[in-house]
Design a protein around this ligand. Structure first.
Ligand code: ADP
Length: 353
């Protein structure tokens, strides 16, 4: 009894869980987290000690190993384990702390995904504005030219001339709207902070952990032991990485090889960092490759075909480059390179455009 008491008190003191040892219906020892939750004294009757916590007395009678909820709102979970023929270890976990921690993790994750989604919408606006601007401008010019020619050749076609005027007005209105979208999206500059690409890889993988597990994809990471510092907008760069990883996962799901694999390889070369995302999926046919970075080109049933063009523009905003290569072993490899920065914080950060 004394031996168990001394050893246990020492061992329990090292643990973060709230633990108590009981001998029959008496308390033998409590560690500090248990004292904080339910204060008591060695030798005290277990029923007296447990009384202040609703349901704890009943939990002390429950079969060994069974998890019992107790506390006013079921905030504690009690579980008893036999230590030997006489002694029982009681563990009381405070679910509020665990749930609070879980909620914070979910909030952080949702916050990041929300920012990333709104960025995608904004980037899509920018791509659309860029793509529509040209045909709308050309249409306005053609209509004006047509009107001039018509006025010269058939000056009495007043109805047709008025219709052409209206068409020019409508197209001008459309181009003004596009102009506003461009103004809005161009005013959003990337944040310029120093960030570690190794961290960014881990954060992005944490957001995709469920997808990676569900698809049972083997992940191979080749990351340097030291931080790889670049300057830029963490959310934008994370969006690029997540897009490339999602594309790799899609490819592996749509045409699954025997052992699906994704490799992430981060290296530094001279003044730049290069990150590669490779998969052993079906790869890309030459016609798809020719249109790979053009907006709205997708081979997926529900694809928008905007991901890679947005990724490329985000990397270019960071003075980097994004490109594609074929893997000898089959599958695709997407690379992006960014200028390296010194890890120490700099007093003034240059503005990137
Ligand atoms: P989306 O994912 O909406 O199709 P993207 O611009 O991200 O748009 O991708 C364009 C196309 O590039 C995809 O539809 C697919 O055909 C091809 N692609 C991209 N990544 C891969 C990959 N890892 N493996 C095979 N094909 C890919």
């Amino acid at each position: 009894m004394n031996r168990i008491n001394a050893d246990l008190l020492h061992a329990l003191g090292e643990l973060d869980d709230a633990l108590a040892v009981l001998d029959g219906d008496h308390l033998v020892a409590l560690n500090a987290p248990m004292q904080a939750l339910v204060p008591g004294e060695p030798g005290q009757a277990a029923a007296d000690w447990a009384a202040p916590v609703l349901g704890l007395t009943t939990a002390l009678e429950a079969p060994l190993g069974e998890r019992q909820r107790c506390g006013v709102s079921g905030e504690y979970v009690a579980q008893r384990v036999a230590l030997d023929a006489r002694h029982v270890l009681l563990r009381l976990s405070d679910e509020r702390a665990r749930l609070h921690h879980l909620q914070r993790q979910l909030d952080d994750r949702e916050g990041l995904l929300f920012t990333s989604r709104s960025l995608t919408v904004s980037e899509m606006g920018s791509v659309l504005a860029h793509e529509l601007n040209q045909p709308i401008g050309a249409t306005a010019n053609l209509l004006r030219g047509l009107k001039l020619r018509l006025a010269r050749r058939h000056p009495d076609s007043t109805e047709e001339l008025a219709a052409l005027d209206k068409a020019v007005q409508q197209v001008t209105y459309a181009s003004q709207i596009i102009g506003r979208v461009r103004e809005y999206t161009q005013s959003r500059q990337p944040k310029t902070e120093l960030l570690d690409l190794v961290d960014l890889v881990h954060q992005s993988l944490a957001l995709l952990d469920w997808d990676l597990q569900r698809e049972a994809v083997q992940l191979r990471l080749r990351l340097p032991p030291n931080p790889v510092t670049v300057q830029g907008d963490a959310v934008m760069l994370q969006q690029v990485l997540i897009n490339l990883l999602r594309n790799a996962l899609d490819a592996l799901r749509l045409d699954r090889p025997a052992e699906p694999q994704i490799e992430i390889d981060l290296q530094t070369e001279g003044a730049r960092a290069e990150l590669r995302v490779a998969d052993n999926g079906p790869g890309i046919t030459p016609p798809t490759e020719a249109r790979l970075f053009l907006p709205f080109s997708s081979t997926k049933p529900n694809g928008m075909g905007l991901g890679l063009s947005i990724c490329r523009s985000l990397i270019e905003m960071h003075q980097g480059r994004l490109w594609f290569s074929r893997r000898d072993a089959g599958g695709c490899c997407f690379h992006f390179a960014l200028p390296l920065r010194a890890a120490a914080p700099q007093p003034t950060l240059e503005k990137m455009t």
